[in-house]
Design a protein around this ligand. Structure first.
Ligand code: C2E
Ligand code: MG
Ligand code: MG
Length: 391
């Protein structure tokens, strides 16, 4: 094998690129010529394939770091490009863990088949920690899909207090999943999993259906306007017709349009043009949109500056420390002032104490949400206490 300028490699006919048993160092792209892949089978050479330009060679060993399972020999003058092992490893590390698990599983099966052909069948090694976690994710995803079909999901409603009047103004709908073996699973875990695929779309539709029906019952029990806020992931906004389906549900439950609010929970960066278009459409149909968890992750000043949100929800991370750390208090005060100047209403999340609620009164915030006001509860629990709750 002779090295050429750059990463090109030139082989003459009969030259060996790598041998069975060699440690994996590099993968190659065949640019010119033909390469034969052969393996030993009971003392004889078996040709596994003849590769032509455009083929990748030696990538298997680079992916799973196992010794080469075959020998590669040039059948004619060949030119190859060497691919850096570190570069491939970096890309594999950055890939979806489920894709990595599927890749490892496929490779392992191919290697086992090769060993069987060679009469050297071995017991398959146990799954690596990575494979176990990838399989766990796949299992959970498929169980979530079944839960969605079999009625295994549920929605809880957390009350929001109108700070100036001291009355309940509405609720936030929060999805729940009680796993048959693991018990309750946090939405932080399964919503994130559903967001990785289009599974979040039917989950979201289920929450909208349930929340619209509940909003009707809450309003009837209270005898006055109330709203239910529904979380919508960035992934759902890309789904065509989402808003129309929401509006159809709101109308068929005979709800005023403003009684369902949409909370954008951004766990992934989203194109501001997509989000801006969505907000405009919501406004044209009389629907209100909130920016959730403001101040953390992808929920930040750029959105507040570019997009006409009706409500800003300040994340509980600031509230946790606003009474003990003056810096947090300054941040909360400043966000409240900014949101007001932009004409948005403000919800502060995670209010657990009277002292925290007093701050919201002083800052003239619109709504308080948190355990002090009420934990997420079932619709039945809330309706049971309707007389005191909606007083
Ligand atoms: P979020 O929208 O910010 O919801 C508020 C979370 O804070 C809820 O957690 C709620 O139970 C919790 N919380 C409320 N008050 C307090 C408090 O005073 N103290 C503390 N320590 N926590 C409080 P939950 O129900 O676990 O939901 C977590 C996240 O999952 C939600 O955060 C939301 O981003 C997402 N999520 C929930 N339901 C849905 C849904 O139907 N669709 C989508 N896309 N995401 C959802
Ligand atoms: Mg929310
Ligand atoms: Mg929030």
């Amino acid at each position: 094998m002779s090295a050429m300028p750059s990463s090109n490699i030139r082989l003459s006919a009969g030259e060996v690129l790598f041998r069975e048993g060699d440690p994996p160092t590099t993968a190659f792209i065949l640019e010119q010529g033909q390469v034969e892949i052969r393996a030993q089978q009971r003392g004889r050479h078996v040709v596994l394939g003849v590769l032509t330009p455009g083929a990748i060679i030696g990538e298997m060993a680079v992916i799973d770091q196992a010794p080469r399972t075959a020998t590669a020999i040039a059948l004619s003058e060949c030119v190859l490009i060497a691919l850096d092992r570190g570069q491939i490893a970096e890309r594999i590390q950055a890939a979806d863990p489920i894709i990595r698990t599927l890749l490892q599983g496929t490779l392992q099966r191919y290697r086992n088949a090769l060993l069987a052909i060679q009469g050297r069948a071995e017991v398959a090694p146990p799954n690596t920690a990575e494979e176990v976690s990838g399989l766990g994710k796949m299992r959970l995803e498929s169980q979530l899909r079944s839960a969605l079909q079999d009625g295994g999901l549920d929605v809880r409603y957390q009350p929001l207090l109108d700070v100036s009047s001291g009355r309940i103004a509405g609720f936030e709908a929060l999805v729940r999943w009680t796993h048959p073996e693991r018990g309750p699973i946090s939405p932080a875990e399964f919503v994130a999993l559903a967001e990785e695929t289009s599974l979040i779309v039917p989950v979201g539709e289920y929450v909208f259906d349930t929340a619209c029906a509940a909003a009707r019952e809450f309003i009837d029990a209270a005898g006055r306007p109330l709203f239910v806020a529904v979380n919508v992931s960035a992934r759902q906004l890309r789904e065509p017709g989402l808003l129309q389906r929401v509006i159809d549900r709101v109308d068929s439950a005979k709800l005023p349009r403003g009684s369902i609010k949409i909370e954008i929970t951004e766990s992934q960066a989203l194109d501001p043009i997509v989000m801006g278009g969505f907000i405009e459409l919501c406004h044209a149909h009389g629907m209100k949109v909130a920016l959730d968890d403001f101040g953390t992750g992808y929920s930040h000043l750029t959105q507040m500056h570019q997009l006409a949100f009706d409500t800003i929800k300040i994340d509980q991370a600031f509230v946790r420390s606003m009474l003990s750390q003056p810096r947090s208090m300054v941040i909360v005060e400043t966000i409240v002032r900014m949101a007001k100047a932009l004409g948005a209403s403000i919800v502060v999340e995670g209010i657990e104490s009277e002292a925290e609620l007093d701050v919201l009164r002083r800052l003239e915030c619109d709504y308080a949400q948190g355990w002090l006001v009420g934990k997420p509860q079932t619709k039945q629990e809330l309706l049971h206490n309707a007389l005191t709750l909606f007083a």
